[in-house]
Design a protein around this ligand. Structure first.
Ligand SMILES: Cc1cc2nc3c(=O)[nH]c(=O)nc-3n(C[C@H](O)[C@H](O)[C@H](O)COP(=O)(O)O)c2cc1C
Ligand SMILES: CC(C)CC(=O)C(=O)O
Length: 349
């Protein structure tokens, strides 16, 4: 049974992303909230993702003449109106009864790319019918190669513009808090494209990436790279992009904050392919910092889940719009009229 609290939320009271998390605790089941909010093991990486952003100071400029900044970016051959994407997150129907369809509508209204998780609880075909903005597909590779090939081909047939292979989950992390929260999918919540949980160990190798690249028609990005050596291998394996990510602190605890890892990866990749990042983005200034340190775009995970839980599609839209507005303010106050003008000189040395 769905125990959803149907009372609509007045979103005018949500002024920033922290407000969504605060209210989500009241609106979500304990099981769902703990699933979304928790990190792996002692939750150090999840804290560091935030602390590392907070420790970076910005360098303002005055009298710089920047009025309305232009947030457009070019990514994998497409122009996007802003650099904020919706990270793949599983099981949206435990966060809101409309699940991924609400996320797709919310993404559409916020002109954001939505990266659909392999663990979507709504069939991709229905999400694709609802979406008005580009979809990407996040892929968990399973042992059965034919299954994986069919899934990629289905995502492409549904119009997904890129495949993000998650490479940091050879085995799911030590999810103590998630377990204590009693994680358990209700019977009516079905993962249509993933038969069963991801509890087998999956020894993916670079050869699997080359195999996928050999038939994928859309760009293939690798999600979950943290160091320069792996970034170099990704370029050599023919990846079209890299997502610097520690899975929101949910997999291997005590790996560094992504904003600390990003500049090393960006330096090594040196513009050969786009580098994106996620982990701890909660303010427009975080987006600015990530772009300054080498990200072409950022993805947002937990806040979108909380937006969905608090306000369905409208909540998702508001989370992205708040970040975009804050990014514009940060660009004006640091004197950057366009995204490509955001370089390392916006960071206070
Ligand atoms: C509830 C939840 C579910 C997630 N599910 C997936 C998933 O299915 N596939 C995946 O590649 N990453 C998944 N992630 C990781 C996100 O894509 C992303 O890397 C992370 O949430 C970014 O950090 P942030 O939550 O601090 O923004 C999930 C994260 C959360 C919070
Ligand atoms: C089904 C899970 C492995 C989805 C995920 O990536 C996560 O919860 O972080």
């Amino acid at each position: 049974m769905n125990t959803w609290n149907e009372t609509p939320t007045d979103l005018t009271e949500f002024l920033n992303l922290a407000d969504f998390e605060e209210k989500a605790v009241e609106r979500m089941s304990k099981m769902a909230y703990e699933y979304v909010a928790s990190g792996a093991a002692d939750e150090l990486t999840i804290q560091w993702n935030r602390q590392a952003f907070d420790a970076i100071k910005l360098n303002p400029t005055v009298l710089n003449g920047v009025g309305q900044p232009d947030t457009r970016i070019s990514l994998l051959g497409h122009e996007l109106p802003h650099p904020i994407l919706i990270a793949p997150t599983a099981y949206h129907q435990i966060m809101h009864p409309e699940g991924e369809l609400a996320t797709a509508r919310g993404a559409g209204a916020a002109s954001a790319v939505y990266v659909v998780s392999s663990f979507t609880t709504t069939p991709l075909a229905e999400i694709a019918q609802t979406a008005t903005q580009p979809l990407w597909f996040q892929l968990y590779v399973r042992d059965d190669r034919e299954y994986t090939r069919n899934l990629i081909q289905e995502a492409e047939a549904r119009g997904c513009r890129a495949i993000c292979i998650t490479v940091d989950t050879a085995v799911p992390g030590v999810r103590n808090r998630q377990e204590k929260g009693g994680f358990n999918l209700p019977d009516h919540v079905i993962t249509h494209h993933m038969p069963g949980p991801l509890n087998e160990k999956k020894p993916l190798t670079w050869k699997d990436i080359e195999w996928i690249n050999s038939f994928a028609k859309t760009p293939v990005l690798l999600k979950g790279i943290l160091n320069a050596e792996d970034a170099e291998k990704a370029v050599q394996a023919g990846a079209s992009g890299i997502i610097v990510s520690n899975h929101g602190g949910r997999n291997l605890d005590t790996v560094p904050a992504t904003i600390d890892a990003l500049p090393r990866v960006a330096d090594r990749v040196n513009g050969r392919i786009p580098v994106l990042m996620d982990g701890g983005i909660r303010r427009g200034t975080d987006v600015l910092k990530a772009i300054a340190l080498g990200a072409r775009a950022v993805l947002v995970g937990k806040p979108v889940c909380f937006g969905l839980a608090c306000g369905g599609a409208a909540g998702v839209t508001k989370v992205i719009e708040l970040l975009k507005t804050e990014l514009e303010i940060a660009m004006i106050l640091t004197g950057r009229a366009t995204i490509p003008q955001i370089d390392r000189s916006v960071i206070w040395k």
